[in-house]
Design a protein around this ligand. Structure first.
Ligand code: 5GP
Length: 189
């Protein structure tokens, strides 16, 4: 997606060798107009497939996933990384996920009342690297006997194994911007 690639080139910053910082328009400050365009493009790619829900992982996937859900006319479900006091009183599905950027793991949580075996779910996230977050979301969807329509990400780092790992499990991956390499601190698409 041209507008996203341009924004990455203008404002993205490569840190620690393999992390792209996009705090100015995705992760901290959010460019709402760009997120709306991203949502439209994502929905256009996945339309007509009987998607009943969009899932994302808190927090940086929320903005693009919300616009995607709005375009598809379905609810957005936010998978939680932390359990809140009220979620302790709800029946949940949970799975352990290794965090790419934080070098820790977290327990991804989904309340059972927001998924059923009739759901066909599109997962939307900001980045795809090793595929841990997406694989965790897929495990939760499968625990509920629902089906996965695919994974839509804003940015994939194609030099990391996530895309291949997911496609080899039969999950269709759509990346709006695909980064081939970081060379001397610069993004190469
Ligand atoms: P994965 O689970 O595919 O290894 O990593 C994806 C998750 O890690 C995303 O949800 C995202 O939050 C984070 N992540 C992975 N790579 C990057 C990166 O280069 N920049 C940022 N900002 N987040 C990343």
């Amino acid at each position: 997606m041209k507008a996203l690639e341009e924004k990455i080139l203008q404002e993205g910053e490569v840190v620690d060798g393999d992390i792209l910082k996009v705090d100015g328009f995705v992760n901290h400050q959010v460019d709402a107009l760009l997120m709306e365009e991203i949502g439209k493009d994502m929905a256009e790619h996945f339309k007509g497939q009987g998607i009943t829900k969009v899932f994302t992982i808190e927090s940086s996937g929320i903005a693009p996933a919300l616009f995607t859900a709005k375009e598809l006319g379905v609810p957005l479900v936010i998978l939680k990384k932390q359990q809140t006091a009220d979620s302790l009183k709800t029946e949940v599905w949970q799975t352990e996920v290794v965090s790419y950027t934080k070098d820790t793991s977290y327990r991804l949580t989904l309340a059972k009342n927001y998924i059923s075996d009739e759901d066909h779910v599109l997962i939307v996230d900001d980045f795809l690297a090793n595929g841990e977050a997406a694989t965790g979301a897929i495990r939760l969807i499968r625990k509920a006997h629902a089906t996965v329509a695919g994974l839509g990400v804003l940015i994939e780092k194609a030099f990391q194994p996530g895309h291949e790992k997911l496609e080899s499990q039969g999950i269709h991956v759509y990346a709006q911007a695909s980064i081939q390499a970081f060379e001397d601190g610069k993004v190469v698409f």
